[in-house]
Every structure is written in C-alpha cells, then in structure tokens.
Design a protein around this ligand. Structure first.
Ligand code: SF4
Ligand code: SF4
Length: 377
C-alpha cells in the first residue's frame, strides 16, 4: 500500500504522541546547553531596500544553481517566497495596506540559527549541530532522510532535494560557517549595501538593537525579534511594524524546542524503544534506494561493456577479412607474374654457350655447326 510522506510523518508523530502518556512527562528532558558567546546577525528591516544583493551573494558563495530570473529582476518581490532546496534565503516585500507603514517594508528570511534548535532536537541521528560560533550546521552523511527536521522547524526553513533521486539531502542557510572559519563575513552581510545586516556577537547585537530602539522610538517597535522567541535565535530582527505583518510568527512563545518537548521526549523507555524501529525502517528504505541505484548503475555498466565487446569483435572480424582479401590478392598477383615470366622464357630461343662461338674468315663470329665440338680436318 502506498503511503505519502505526510501520512508517514503523521503516523510517526501519532506513535510518539501515543507513547508519551504511558510513562508520564515528569522525567527530566535533556536539553541543549546553548552557546552564550556565539555570533549572529541583526537584520534591521527599516534599512532594507529589497535590492536582493544578499540573495545573489548567498547563491554565489554557496555555489547554488543560477535561478531562471536574474537577481536584479525585482518583480519577484511581488510574490511571497520561501526558502527552497536551491535557495537558502529570500527577501519579501510587504505592502503598506498590510503593515500599516507608509511605504513597503522588506524582510529577509533564512534559517534563524536557533540557540536550541528544534531541527536538532527532532533529529535522532544528530545530523544537526549547534556550533559554539552560532551556526546550526547539517551533516548529510548522518542524515537518514526522515525529514522530521522540516516538520519540527517553527520557521519552516529546512528544504529537501526532491529533484535529486540518488543522493537527496536537507538544505538550509549555514550562516556561512565555512567563511566564518576563514575569518570572513557571511556572504549576505558582506554584500548588503545598506548595512541592513550586521554580523557580530549576539550579546553585542542585542545592545545595538536596544540602542536603536531607544534613540528612535518613533521608528522602531520595542521588540527585538529572536531575542526570546523559541528560546532565542542567532538571527535578530528590528522593525517599525508588527512582525506578524512581515510573515513572522509571534505565537511561538519563549520556550525552546527541547524545553517544549522535554516531556514526550523524556518518555525514554517507550519512545526510545519505538524510534529505533521507526528510524530503522526509514534507514532501510533509504538504503534500499541506494541499493537499487547501485544495481541500476551496474546493469548500465554491464550493458555498456557488452556493447563495447561486440563492437570490438565486429571491428576485428572486418579487419581480418580485409587482410585475408589483400593477402590473397597479393599471392594471386605473384603467382600470375611468375607464370608469365615462365611462359616468356619458354617462347624465346636459347643463346649458344659462349665457349662454342668461333670466328669465320671475315672475322665475324658465327655460331658452330650442330654436332661440333671437335676440330675439322
Ligand atoms: S530556524 Fe529551523 S532550521 Fe534553522 S536552526 Fe531553527 S529550527 Fe533549525
Ligand atoms: S542586501 Fe541588504 S538591503 Fe538588499 S535586500 Fe538584502 S538585506 Fe535588504
């Protein structure tokens, strides 16, 4: 019986949900420690002009496929876009009638690099890690393809490479962790012409944000989005309009994902008993897919080898026939030539031996008479 991804994940969630009450929720849940000294980015939406330079830089530094519409085509801002397998960040425009502002407001969306990420919390093979530097990074070699991270993320960020049948993976913004390791800024921050994106220590960014709110209370709402949402995020936002009108959830509360799920997830005996079985199933499906791909590849190689062998045999046979024909023609030619020479020799009179040539009176040479060899008397 076919089962859709949604049905499968629903069944998975229901199984965990059903299991939790059996053991109660009093057991202590293991939560992430977080990294207080980590870095992040402050996005001041009041400065953003929707130029999409950050999107372009993200595409370039991550070596992503070039989009059909160029980055200077701002008509894309007419749509509400979200991140995608090949697009780690998008900028959306929000019209005054929806925000209450006097002009359009632009806001950038990407992974918020939560301090205690729901994606990491939901991933039982630990494919997601919150690094001390602030980035939430993903290890595709550990991923079993269950996509539970996608369901768990409250910001709907992780995407999946559905178009990649052989080695699909989950994708999202990496906070340019490889660039940070080289002492560089994230690509988007580096490219922003308006300094609507600032990179730095999270504590410091919060101080800058507070200062801006204090200095210009008429311009900013007194709310730093990400300071407390879902236990805090490494990306922080400032705005002059309600964040909800910018498509950002304001109903998430301040508890982190591990805190929220500590009850059900700490129902260790039953849940831990269920998850390995379910994940083993997912893992088996994923491995089976790999096996089929491997077998298909081997079949293609076998066919190609067989075809090459047949072509080589046919070419050798043609060559052999050609050589046989040439050799036969050469032999025939030589035989014919020899026979012709033999025939010529037979037709011509034989010359007398030189020792039997005599001189006549006039001094001219005459051949001796037949039967000579003796002196005449
Ligand atoms: S925004 Fe989503 S994908 Fe990014 S760290 Fe948080 S939970 Fe994970
Ligand atoms: S580069 Fe800066 S100003 Fe341009 S869209 Fe991105 S965040 Fe906004």
């Amino acid at each position: 019986m076919a089962i859709s991804r949604r049905q499968f994940l629903g069944t998975l969630g229901a199984a965990v949900g059903a299991a939790a009450p059996l053991t109660g929720s009093h057991a202590a849940g293991k939560t992430f420690e977080g990294h207080p000294d980590s870095s992040g980015v402050l996005h001041d939406t009041t400065l953003c002009i929707g130029c999409r330079k950050c999107e372009q830089a993200c595409n370039r530094v991550n070596d992503l496929p070039k989009p059909e519409q160029p980055f200077d085509d701002l008509s894309l801002l007419d749509q509400k876009r979200r991140t995608h397998a090949d697009i780690y960040t998008v900028v959306n425009r929000f019209e005054p009638e929806n925000t209450g502002a006097t002009a359009p407001v632009f806001a950038k969306k990407q992974c918020n690099h939560c301090l205690e990420p729901a994606c990491a919390s939901a991933c039982f093979v630990k494919a997601f890690t919150k690094t001390p530097q602030g980035a939430v990074v993903y290890d595709e070699s550990l991923c079993v393809g269950c996509r539970y991270c996608m369901v768990a993320c409250p910001f709907e960020v992780p995407a999946y490479e559905y178009d990649n049948p052989l080695t699909p993976k989950v994708t999202k913004c990496t906070l340019c962790a490889p660039r940070l390791a080289q002492g560089k800024l994230p690509g988007c921050v580096d490219a922003c012409p308006r300094e609507a994106l600032i990179f730095g220590k999270r504590d410091r960014l919060i101080k800058i944000a507070r200062q801006r709110i204090m200095d210009r209370p008429h311009l900013y709402l007194d709310h730093i989005y990400g300071e407390h949402e879902m236990g805090g995020t490494s990306w922080l936002y400032l705005a002059g309009v309600p964040f909800e009108s910018l498509g950002m959830r304001e109903d998430l509360g301040t508890k982190s994902a591990p805190e929220l799920t500590s009850g059900p997830l700490s129902a260790v005996p039953v849940v831990v008993g269920l998850w390995p079985v379910l994940l083993t199933g997912v893992y088996a499906i994923s491995k089976r897919k790999e096996k089929i791909a491997r077998e298909e590849k081997q079949a293609v190689l076998k066919d190609a080898r067989q075809k090459a062998r047949e072509e080589l045999t046919a070419a050798l046979e043609t060559q052999r026939e050609k050589m046989t024909q040439e050799k036969t023609a050469a032999i025939n030619f030589e035989v014919k030539k020899a026979l012709e020479e033999a025939a010529k020799k037979e037709a011509a009179p034989e010359d007398p031996p030189a020792d039997r040539v005599e001189k006549n009176i006039s001094g001219t040479q005459t051949p001796p008479s037949p039967g000579t060899g003796q002196q005449e008397e």
